[in-house]
Design a protein. Sequence first.
Length: 298
Amino acid sequence: MPTTHRPDVTARLRTAVVRWFDESARDLPWRASSCSAWGVLVSEVMLQQTPVVRVEPRWRAWMERWPTPADLAGASTADVLRAWDRLGYPRRALRLQECARVIVERHGGQVPADEEALVALPGVGTYTAAAVAAFAFGRRSVVVDTNVRRVLARTITGTALPPPSPRAEERRLAASVVPDDARDAARWAAASMELGAVVCTARSPRCDECPVRSLCAWNLAGRPADEHASRRRGQAWEGTDRQVRGRVMRILRDASGPVLTSALTDVSADPAQASRCLAGLVEDGLVEIDGEVARLPA
DNA sequence: AAGCCGGGGCC
DNA sequence: GGCCCAGGCTT
């Protein structure tokens, strides 16, 4: 008997969320109808673990400078890393340039529309491939990001938050909610992500402004606490290799040319950590060392 | 499944 | 000061 509720709830959920989205969607540049598929792909890679507000200005500058995959493919990697600025995880910038080169070499300079081809590109995983297929090409795909996971966990499953690591069950649920029609599916993807980003937020959800509060399982259950709160652990930051790597990259971005490696290893009080991080950056292709000096890759 | 990989803003 | 963010990749 309970299962008979689901199809009805699903239909109402989709309708209400999409209607809300049509009225109040943020005006983001990569959503413009004039935005290229490449522009959409660039935005998705930048948005991997970096909030919209920080991505938008970097995206605008990036697209003005390198409007096509061929433009980025031909750029200096040092310029690419500097343009990436402080978006974080600079390996993403490296992969994005590799991605551009693969698109030029294997796809004639055009972003492929098939999810299979997209997911084969460097830096493009399940989420990004589905997002580009939907947003750039209007393809039907199952777009599951942190926002969609949270929205479905609350509205359908009735929990405060999804489990710490994604489960196959979540993907099945997400797939069952996607409309059959490709255009509707793409709109649902954008709308459900937007709801999670703007209203159904992780920290303090704005349930009083939510278009689906009357059917949300979590809200109807009295918004119970997160059941696996004890299993979540935030990423440490102070004193980590990630922090040291970030400092090294910042120095190299800010410098116009080579920097003494001794100046780079000074960023950590622990010499072993400093040399380990520098070696790791070289291994990752983010830094080149030539004798006593280091620089961003040409 | 778990760990690694930036950086900043907000509660 | 902990937590979160339109994840991907490696082990």
